[in-house]
Design a binder for this molecule. Structure first.
Ligand code: SF4
Length: 454
């Protein structure tokens, strides 16, 4: 008789790459562990960390401190830290957090089963932060899973001066296209509907492969796979956004009308200091081409305020670019100096007070654009992929449009995982409220949203 599986709790910080990595961790450990949502019953507690901003790293430190009591109560609990902080700090983490059993970097996920076994039997902490290409074993898809994050590449060669990613995730490495297509096909055969292709800079996908292939070529290979209703990707570097990729938005039916295109700043001087490789004019020209190729496109971005040397005029240039681009949503952050990065050594750091004040002004401006974008949707019939029951009420469902906005509406729980038609009735700052059009059969194919406005 098989022994009951032990419990695994994973706390994930950071981006979608980290979410995908956490899913991989659960999968490689699935022979011995089942995932629990309750940390107090875990036999193995893993923290998947993010090093991109100081604040994210501080949250990890604080969580680790608070877990000391749990570890004292349950000494058999195995406590591990993975991801970018683990990759960057390695053994140093053990000095700061002696109650840790396991430290593994971004390249160590596939060695987790051995590490966990060793941690269970040996009194010394296990550390695995060696760099190296991670093999990609065949993934198993959970029954009923309709959305998949599929990592197509690791690392980054860009070395933007504010970013720690190339130091922790390493140099760019693309997975072979056949392996990616097989993984997506498996997912679709198991009933999957939406795939998000992930990489730090997907636009440079394929460069180092023995038979180089471009990212748009990969999209054309994945797009026609039977059963694929929605295809997304992130993250795109504006410099590498090719005409071919922009054209794909008007050509590939499953490709959702949403692009996340991080601009970071609207000041050419700051963009140069960031080593981004494009100027504000080039960025806006690309936005114009994209909007022509795909009129209903929803455009989102990342913005940094208070990069070293940012003057009021530089900041104003960012606000001007935001107005010109009319982003549907922007993820904005105060600049945070990260170890090893060049910008951390720049002399003209901006004070915390100025950063806070600018962030507030920027976010106030963005809120207006986001609300306007939401208001434009009111009255329209749209396709929604229902993701989950709302936390507030079991009768409320929560899903996303192809353009990525969140919609809440009333409906039976059986709709979770299905594509349905919803009329948008109210616009809120962070979401939309809709009404399920129950009389319309749930759409199981793709519906380019541009055709559905009423
Ligand atoms: S493109 Fe720049 S910001 Fe993005 S991961 Fe690479 S170095 Fe970091």
């Amino acid at each position: 008789m098989a022994l009951p599986k032990k419990k695994l709790f994973i706390k994930t910080f950071g981006c979608q790459m980290n979410v995908a990595d956490s899913q991989q961790m659960a999968q490689v450990l699935a022979d011995d562990f089942e995932v629990t949502e309750r940390p107090e019953e875990a036999d193995l507690y893993l923290i998947n960390t993010c090093a991109i901003r100081h604040k994210a790293e501080a949250k990890v430190q604080s969580l680790l401190g608070s877990l000391k009591a749990l570890k004292q109560r349950r000494p058999q609990l195995i406590l591990g830290v993975g991801g970018c902080v683990a990759q960057r700090q390695g053994e140093q983490l053990l000095t700061a957090v002696p109650h840790l059993d396991l430290v593994f970097g971004t390249h160590g996920i596939y060695r987790l089963p051995q590490l966990v076994r060793r941690a269970a039997y040996r009194p010394v902490a296990q550390v695995e932060t060696a760099a190296g290409l991670a093999p990609s074993p065949r993934r198993h898809w959970a029954p009923g899973q309709v959305q998949a994050l599929v990592t197509i590449m690791q690392g980054c060669d860009n070395f933007c001066t504010f970013c720690v990613v190339p130091y922790v995730r390493g140099r760019e490495y693309s997975r072979p296209p056949g392996e990616i297509a097989a993984e997506v096909a498996d997912f679709l055969a198991a009933g999957g509907k939406e795939v998000t292709l992930l990489g730090q800079n997907v636009n440079s996908y394929g460069r180092g492969l023995p038979q180089p292939i471009t990212f748009p070529e990969l999209l054309r290979r994945i797009g026609p796979l039977p059963g694929l209703a929605r295809l997304r990707f992130t993250t795109s570097h504006p410099r590498d956004l090719s005409p071919e990729l922009m054209a794909a938005f008007g050509e590939l039916a499953p490709l959702c009308e949403h692009l996340h295109l991080p601009v970071q700043s609207g000041s050419d001087r700051i963009l140069e200091a960031m080593h981004r490789g494009y100027g504000s004019r080039e960025y806006l020209e690309k936005v114009a081409v994209l909007r022509r190729a795909c009129p209903g496109l929803s455009l989102t971005t990342d913005l940094i305020v208070g990069f070293p040397g940012e003057s009021e005029a530089d900041f104003q240039a960012t606000l001007d670019l935001m107005t010109a681009a009319a982003f549907d949503q922007a993820f904005s952050f105060k600049y945070s100096p990260r170890p090893q990065t060049r910008a951390a050594t720049f002399a003209d750091q901006v004070s915390e007070g100025v950063k806070t004040e600018r962030l507030q002004r920027l976010q106030t401006l963005q809120e207006k654009f986001t609300l306007k974008a939401h208001e434009r949707l009111v009255g329209q019939r749209r396709e929604v992929l229902v993701e989950k029951l709302s936390k507030r009420s079991p009768e409320q469902l929560c899903g996303r449009l192809r353009t990525n906005q969140v919609v809440n509406f009333s409906g039976p729980p059986e709709l979770v995982g299905r594509l349905v038609q919803v009329r948008i009735e109210q616009a809120h700052p962070h979401s939309l409220k809709g009404r399920w059009l129950a009389d319309r059969p749930p759409a199981e194919g793709h519906h380019p949203e541009g055709a559905q406005g009423e």
